[in-house]
Design a protein around this ligand. Structure first.
Ligand code: AMP
Length: 249
């Protein structure tokens, strides 16, 4: 069984991004880039399924600029077998990525398509859902546990009220949530081994997909600054403020 994992290169989660002075977006020049944390969890899960003898091959894919190869090397160092970069300078929106992934899923005949629940840069939370729709196959989003056996997957999902467990026929799309696993540290020997693993570089055109953006960003703004808090003298003063100023009790 083949697993296709989608990984995105994003601004590292420790970086505090700044809005550009013309409000056209955030400044990502010279900032640290890393693999989207939810995608690292997806790669880890795929490797665990391979180690458990469920999967036979783990293929990682990313769409974006040349530098995305670094992200693929990290995924290969975690343990993926091979990688595909769909190279483009065009700004990719979730629908475009979903179309690219659909074309690759068809070509690779993958049984499980693993994605992060959302990318921490655009926070769209759309690609997995769009991919399942384009492929017309089942989906399980926000997975916190995945068990695969006999051509189906049993996925525990994090939902508002708690946990929901569903069974899906394969092929299926699964998107990862934070509690699914804790990704392993990448060791030096594995980084060295990853250098020898293949990265195939193709273009969106070769997949026959239209990746033209459908959405236009009108304006990006900083969130409003929060005003400073006050320290109250005692519990009585706090209760008084909650009752008479905030009027919440
Ligand atoms: P989003 O819908 O943008 O929040 O992204 C959800 C998930 O889709 C990510 O966690 C990735 O697994 C995948 N994804 C989004 N953009 C890309 C990309 N450019 N290349 C590969 N995978 C992507």
């Amino acid at each position: 069984m083949k697993i296709l994992v989608a990984v995105k290169r994003v601004v590292d989660y420790n970086v505090k991004v700044r809005v550009k002075s013309d409000n056209s977006g955030v400044d990502i020049a010279n900032v640290k880039m890393s693999m989207n944390p939810f995608d690292e969890i997806a790669v880890e899960e795929a490797i665990r399924l391979k180690e458990a003898g469920v999967a036979t091959e783990v293929v990682v894919v990313t769409a974006g600029v040349t530098q995305c190869q670094e992200t693929l090397r990290t995924a290969l160092a975690i343990g993926a077998d091979r990688a595909i970069l769909v190279e483009t300078e065009v700004e990719l929106q979730p629908l475009a990525v979903a179309k690219i992934l659909k074309a690759l899923a068809d070509k690779e005949e993958a049984q499980i398509l693993l994605l992060g629940k959302q990318a921490i840069d655009d926070d769209s939370n759309q690609t997995g859902q769009m991919l399942a729709s384009l492929l017309d196959i089942p989906q399980a989003t926000y997975a916190s546990k995945v068990v695969v056996a006999d051509g189906s997957a049993t996925v525990t999902r994090e939902v508002d009220g708690g946990l929901e467990t569903i069974a899906l026929a394969l092929p299926a799309v699964i998107t990862t949530d934070l509690r699914l696993n804790e990704p392993r540290y990448v060791t030096l020997p594995n980084i060295m081994k990853a250098k020898k693993k293949p990265i195939e570089i193709i273009t969106p055109e070769s997949l026959g997909v239209d990746i033209a953006p459908r959405l236009k960003t009108i304006k990006v703004e900083e969130p409003p600054k929060r005003s400073a808090g006050v320290i109250v003298a005692d519990v009585a003063a706090l209760i008084d403020k909650l009752k008479n100023e905030a009027k919440v009790i």
